[in-house]
Ligand binder design. Structure first.
Ligand code: 6V0
Length: 345
């Protein structure tokens, strides 16, 4: 008999229910920030990492495993083989190529679509009832790609979307008002603003595609619009609309300074994962299929406030949008649809 047999008498073999198992594909800066936030916030006690770079993957796994005593004994495993992900409740995809200098967004989308062809079917093969949470950019289009490749119902394929943009917006509001971010309420919907650079075939267009809903911005139910009817518009002498411009620039600013963004997106994804696994019906701005919402006819994914639970997106909150806000959503939708039509699956 081994020492282990002398120490422990078996009553029954332990079998994992796998109920809070989360797989993270891609152990780059973003994937690791997601995994770390999920583990340290105790969202899951069973995290699986997958990547194509075997050495880096093993290194990241060991580094996290060595910290498991500080993370309520969470289990961390990793492999380049997708069988390790079997029965995941949630699969988070952060794998992907970053934009190369001079590369058009269309080229990047096709490159990441090709990468997704190798990832999404494998995830669904081992976890046919999973929820996919897509983080790789351009996130709205890649969420559509994941939905098409997965065959999963629309409620089970979600993009991290403008949950991060909304958090950045609330942080900036909090700085200007000296009120905590969680007490500053404001929503940014539409297209995730990190990569709002389109190469429209020959012309180069820069669009502010995400939409801040100024009409709803409030603290304790007091709407800033009721105090200043021009807030968020060009007519406002206090220039509150600078906050949205800063939200759009914030990713570029961070990337310029440290090379990538990681902590905020990791925390944002961990919050979404928690809402899903805890079946909490919390409302978050995430990328979802918006066909027939707000007059959109195309099959595209954009962010709207959604209730999140163990079935993924169960409801979409119907916000009252102004004509300008609607026009921004429709512009995004038309441009994304054009990009999607040119993708080769
Ligand atoms: P990174 O640090 O280059 O990591 C990417 C990882 O993906 C690497 O470890 C690769 O080895 C891995 N990878 C590549 N191909 C595959 C494959 N076929 N299978 C498995 N793994 C693969 O990039 P970083 O982590 O900084 O960014 C990842 C993605 O997140 C990029 O597309 C970013 O643009 C995107 N972000 C999205 C954000 C959002 O708000 N949605 C925010 C920040 C970044």
């Amino acid at each position: 008999t081994t020492l282990k047999d002398q120490l422990l008498t078996t009553v029954t073999e332990s079998v994992s229910t796998g109920k809070n198992k989360i797989t993270v594909v891609g152990v780059g800066q973003v994937g690791m920030a997601c995994a770390f936030s999920i583990l340290t916030n105790h969202v899951s006690s069973d995290v699986v990492l997958i990547d194509v770079m075997a050495d880096k993957l093993k290194g990241e796994m060991l580094d996290l495993q060595h910290g498991s005593a500080f993370m309520k004994n969470a289990k961390v495993s990793a492999s380049t083989d997708y069988s390790v992900s079997v029965n995941s409740s949630l699969c988070i995809v952060t794998a992907g190529a970053r934009q190369r200098e001079g590369e058009t967004r269309l080229d990047l989308v096709q490159r990441n679509t090709d990468i997704f062809k190798g990832i999404i079917p494998e995830l669904v093969k081992y976890s046919p009832n999973t929820i996919l949470l897509i983080v790789s950019n351009p996130v709205d289009i890649l969420t559509y790609v994941a939905w098409k490749l997965s065959g999963l119902p629309k409620n089970r394929v979600i993009g991290s979307g403008t949950n991060l943009d909304s958090a950045r917006f609330r942080f900036l509001l909090s700085q200007k008002l000296n009120v905590a971010p969680t007490s500053c309420h404001g929503w940014i919907i539409g297209e995730h603003g990190d990569t709002s650079v389109y190469y429209n075939y020959e012309t180069f267009v820069f669009l502010f595609v995400s939409v801040p809903l100024w009409s709803g911005v409030n603290v304790a139910g007091v709407r800033l619009r009721d105090l200043n009817e021009y807030v968020g518009t060009d007519k406002d002498e206090e220039h509150w609309n600078e906050l949205h411009k800063q939200v759009i620039q914030s990713a570029y600013q961070v990337i310029k300074l440290k090379g990538y963004t990681s902590w905020a997106i990791g925390l944002s994804v961990s919050q979404l994962a928690s809402a899903i696994l805890r079946n909490s019906n919390q409302v978050h701005a995430v990328s979802t299929l918006v066909t027939d919402h707000h007059g959109i006819k195309e099959e595209v994914f954009l962010s709207l406030p959604c209730t999140l639970g163990e079935d993924g997106v169960t409801h979409i909150v119907q916000q009252k949008l102004t004509d300008n806000e609607l026009a921004s959503l429709h512009t995004s939708s038309a441009m994304m649809h054009k990009v999607q039509e040119s993708l080769k699956f």
